[in-house]
Design a protein around this ligand. Structure first.
Ligand code: GLN
Length: 513
């Protein structure tokens, strides 16, 4: 098996690392140190991380190595390091959510997902950059500056989880976590040539995530291969009594499905409303080619119509701000986070401190959505906006239900375009929102979705994402399709897509300086 492991440990897949660790061919300390070195080399250019915890990661790695040496039974990913999106609370490690209002906050408790990673022996390399409170599609709304796309440093790595996708695509972590409220796992995966899954709503615990829109938020796994993503999904997922919306059922057999990659006889539906006009030509071409490869692998394909998807974006931008305005009310400068003394006021009231702190602590996009949500929920407007949006949400769920009577999975491009340039959409919120046109329906209905690389667009040479959607609690179908497509494409490309990404500028590494 020695030959399987890439000589550069940062280029190896998590599955290969896990096997080499189990065989004691490498130690977790070596694997973790290799990634920390890579971070030192390239993160000045990429800015995937907001916080790197070298000491904590190495201590965790050492502990796994010792447990392995004493023949303790260990989980399948034990010793493989991981990057954690900064929306997840980490005990003893800063959690900012990309916001000034939480700068320097060190949570006294921890997200269930993070506790599960630790218990499974995954050393945590650090916290990844994101749009403030997960609002955005580019990481440009991070209060700490944007992350950059490793394929082209002048372009966005997607958002809100652009730090995680950029870390994976620049080999600064073999695995990462994300959250997907409207596409923040799938769209960053699409534009960086990586893989990401939004599990079924309730399939992975939300306990300890900083809430954006609670009825839409879902944590999930990010990786460079479909199997790696499945292995992480299995570690993160499963029932959590601390989350009242957590599903009390076993994690679907995602790893088995990823290993088999069998789509023979599977019925695939191409969603008419998610494609065509408004989608970049090179995105459409790669998408159609991928559909053909799935047919060659034994699937059958039909076109399906989901007419209510046309209203998904409008529905989302009423429901999300409404829930966000309520969730973000907790940032009141009284309990935690930034507290600002208002200028020129000697003895300010609590309200004045709150107003000054929220004004200084929140960025423009966050304020925009709080105002929108407060308006949509206000008496006199509630029925017209929030109430109507809830009704359309039900219609979207019905469209999915009807489609899944005809087919086993639905497919579409993940995003309408490849990665755009930093700054291009920053002053145009609607243009920014349109990036999620194909990912949002799944969140509104609670169904699972995955994005995986479909190749590079002809016109700009940038990654294109292929989206797979499945019925609730049938997450394994995403992995069956993803794995079959990944295999067919690797045959065509003669190796992983990321091998074709350009080399990054490397800072000089002075180990013993
Ligand atoms: N880009 C979408 C938004 O801005 C999705 C965000 C997310 O999934 N967290 O709301």
């Amino acid at each position: 098996m020695t030959s399987d492991l890439h000589p550069d440990l940062t280029r190896a897949s998590a599955a290969h690392l896990a096997r080499a660790l189990a065989d004691r061919q490498v130690s977790s300390v070596e694997v973790t140190q290799a990634h920390l070195d890579r971070i030192t080399e390239v993160d000045a250019a990429v800015h995937a991380y907001l916080h790197v915890d070298a000491d904590g990661a190495l201590a965790a790695a050492r502990q796994v190595d010792e447990r392995r040496a004493s023949k303790e039974p260990l989980g399948p990913l034990a010793g493989v390091p991981i990057a954690v999106k900064d929306v997840m609370t980490t005990k003893g490690m800063p959690t900012t959510c990309g916001s000034r209002i939480l700068e320097g906050w060190v949570p006294p408790y921890e997200a269930t997902v993070v506790s599960r990673l630790r218990a499974a022996g995954l050393p945590i390399l650090g916290k990844t950059n994101m749009d403030e409170f997960a609002m955005g599609s580019s990481t440009e709304h991070s209060a700490y500056g944007p992350s950059r796309n490793p394929w082209d440093l002048d372009r966005i790595p997607g958002g809100s989880g652009g730090g995680s996708s950029a870390a994976l695509a620049s080999f600064q972590a073999p695995l990462a976590t994300g959250t997907d409220t409207g596409g923040s796992i799938r769209q960053p995966a699409a534009v960086t040539g990586t893989v990401g899954t939004k599990p079924t709503y309730g399939g992975v615990s939300r306990y300890g995530l900083v809430a954006l829109a609670s009825s839409l938020d879902q944590a999930g796994p990010c990786g460079r291969t479909v199997l790696d993503t499945a292995l992480l999904h299995a570690v993160m997922g499963g029932h959590d009594p601390r989350d009242s919306t957590s599903i009390d059922a076993p994690v679907p057999p995602v790893v088995e499905a990823a290993r088999a990659g069998d789509v023979r006889g599977l019925r695939i539906g191409v969603v008419r409303e998610l494609g065509g006009e408004g989608y970049q030509a090179g995105v459409r071409a790669r998408f159609e080619e991928s559909v053909q490869l799935l047919v060659d692998a034994g699937a059958t394909v039909v076109e399906v119509s989901c007419p209510s998807f046309e209203y998904a974006l409008a529905t989302y931008y009423l429901i999300l701000p409404s829930e966000a305005s309520s969730n973000l009310a907790r940032f009141d400068a009284m309990r935690y986070g930034l507290r600002v003394h208002p200028d020129g006021v000697d003895d300010p009231s609590a309200e004045q401190v709150m107003a000054a702190s929220r004004d200084a602590g929140f960025g423009d996009e966050v304020k925009r959505r709080i105002i929108l949500g407060t308006y949509a929920l206000s008496s006199g407007y509630y029925d017209a906006y929030y109430g109507s949006a809830q009704k359309v949400r039900a219609l979207i769920a019905q469209d999915f239900a009807r489609a899944f009577e005809q087919v086993d999975v639905l497919v579409s491009p993940t995003a309408p375009t490849t990665a755009f340039r930093l700054g291009d959409k920053l002053d145009d919120p609607l243009a920014m929102y349109l990036n999620d046109i194909a990912t949002i329906p799944a969140n509104l209905a609670g169904v699972p979705g995955m994005s995986l690389p479909a190749g590079l667009a002809e016109e700009d040479g940038l990654p294109v994402g292929f989206q797979v959607l499945a019925p609730a609690m049938r997450d394994e179908r995403l992995y069956a399709v993803g794995s079959a497509l990944e295999r067919a494409l690797a045959d065509r490309w003669g190796g992983p897509l990321l091998d074709r990404a350009p080399e990054l500028p490397v800072a000089t590494l002075r180990k013993d300086a």
